[in-house]
Design a protein around this ligand. Structure first.
Ligand code: HEM
Length: 418
């Protein structure tokens, strides 16, 4: 069928993207009936795709590569230089296997969720005095403590708060110029330096012989496709690529609280939940419904054709994640928050893609989805178990801000244990 692409491919969309945030790509897609959108970002030609077929095309390494695709300001804040996100081919597969061995469902994931449950229980006893609690901030600290213990990094009480604040800053400042961006850079530098020191200390202790080490040990002794250990800085970057996104589950925690507050009928099924089936469904729906990662991108490996549309080599190819998860052609009433979508079944791999699509072992799909779902279900269960009041506050979630969250961070008060 005829391809309708958005007009004005020569117009640079960097400023409209910064201004419209999450709405930018879906709005452009709506104008083309979901067909590819052509534009420019930072002066580079761009084509944006969406839909199940586009996922297969995008995650085929013969089509789209990641080397040199991410702008420096994103690497210096969100991911780090030399990160797995920037690799292709064998180099990517071998590095990715390290992440998957650490992060896929199994004993490790349950242990991390257990750490989170314990940290929440400890923190919630301190909330009983009726003070105002900012859920987003507290969740970040709970997650920082839990993930640091889990990866094998010990810190003082004060330093855990710093880890939480720095990880939040790295995520908060990657997509925007100005003070948020400079905070993000400083935060990354500080945390990378601290982890380089940890990596060096571990290496002085002698090579890990068993394959059941902590994430710190596994990363310190990981050998890349070329058979060499990671240089200490790259090792620190990858360790931070486990710690930072785990702390970032605080965004979903704040969204989950928002959903429970807005649609309180979900509280009872969560309280009565056995085997955390409802909590998992709720976690999936939070990941689908709320805006977090807008899209992913890479560069066209060569001159390509996508459904009759020519894509020149080195074009930036974007895959619309947020739009996919709200596409009325793929979801029944996509703007209705409804965990029932997932109570009887787990979502299909390319059905729900808030953390990327395709096969995580072969492509760049997030290796942290099992952790995200397990940890978020744990947090949702604990949140539903608390009795609290929600004072007047600004709970709007501005779509123009990337990443966004309820403006107040979700404040609650007068907590009583059930
Ligand atoms: C990659 C989202 C949590 C580790 C990604 C990608 C997205 C994403 C969109 C890129 C996919 C692509 O390029 O195709 C999220 C969101 C999370 C989250 C929204 C919620 C907090 C986690 C967690 C971990 C993690 C908990 C680790 C414990 C990674 C790594 C990559 C990645 C290492 C790079 C994979 C690669 O390049 O092959 N994530 N993620 N993420 N994520 Fe996550």
């Amino acid at each position: 069928h005829p391809i309708k692409t958005a007009s004005a491919p020569w117009t640079d969309s960097t400023l409209p993207l910064l201004a419209a945030g999450y709405a930018w790509l879906p709005d452009r897609m709506r104008a083309t009936d979901g067909e590819p959108v052509r534009t420019r970002l930072l002066g580079r030609p761009v084509i944006a795709l969406r839909g199940p077929e586009a996922i297969g095309f995008f995650y085929d390494e013969r089509h789209v590569k990641r080397t040199a695709a991410l702008p420096g300001p994103v690497l210096d804040t969100l991911f780090g230089r030399g990160a797995v996100h920037t690799l292709d081919g064998d180099a990517h597969r071998v590095r990715k296997a390290m992440f998957l061995a650490l992060l896929k469902d199994g004993a490790g994931v349950s242990a991390l969720a257990e750490h989170v449950a314990q940290q929440w229980a400890k923190a919630s006893t301190e909330w009983q005095d009726g003070r105002d609690v900012v859920l987003f901030d507290e969740a970040a600290v709970i997650l920082a403590r839990a993930v640091c213990a889990w990866v094998g990094v010990e810190r003082s009480d004060e330093a855990y708060r710093r880890v939480a604040e720095d990880c939040v800053a790295m995520v908060d400042g990657f997509a925007t110029p100005g003070p948020r961006h400079w905070r993000a850079r400083a935060a990354r530098k500080r945390q990378e330096e601290a982890l380089v020191a940890e990596i060096c200390t571990i290496r002085e202790g002698g090579e890990l012989v068993s394959d059941s080490g902590t994430a710190l040990e596994v990363v310190a002794w990981h050998r890349d496709a070329d058979g060499r250990l990671l240089d200490p800085h790259t090792a620190a970057v990858e360790l931070l690529n486990i710690i930072r996104p785990t702390v970032a589950i605080a965004w979903f925690a704040a969204f989950a609280a928002h959903a429970l507050h807005r649609w309180p009928a979900h509280r009872e099924p969560l309280r009565k939940d056995t085997g955390s089936r409802y909590a998992r469904a709720f976690a999936h729906e939070v990941r689908r419904f709320y805006p977090f990662a807008p899209f992913v991108g890479g560069l066209a490996v060569s001159d390509l054709t996508w459904r009759g549309e020519n894509i020149a080599k080195d074009t930036l190819v974007l895959l619309d994640l947020y739009g996919h998860d709200h596409d009325p052609g793929l979801w029944d009433s996509p703007y209705r928050f409804d965990p029932q979508r997932f109570t009887d079944r787990e979502p299909g791999a390319d059905e729900l893609i808030p953390q990327g699509g395709g096969d995580p072992a072969r492509g760049h799909r997030c290796p942290g989805e099992d952790i995200t779902v397990a940890v978020l279900s744990t947090l949702v269960t604990q949140l539903a178990d608390l009795d609290f009041e929600v004072p007047d506050q600004d709970l709007t979630i501005p779509l123009s801000r990337v990443p966004t969250r309820p403006r107040s961070g979700f404040v609650f008060r007068a907590v009583r244990e059930r």
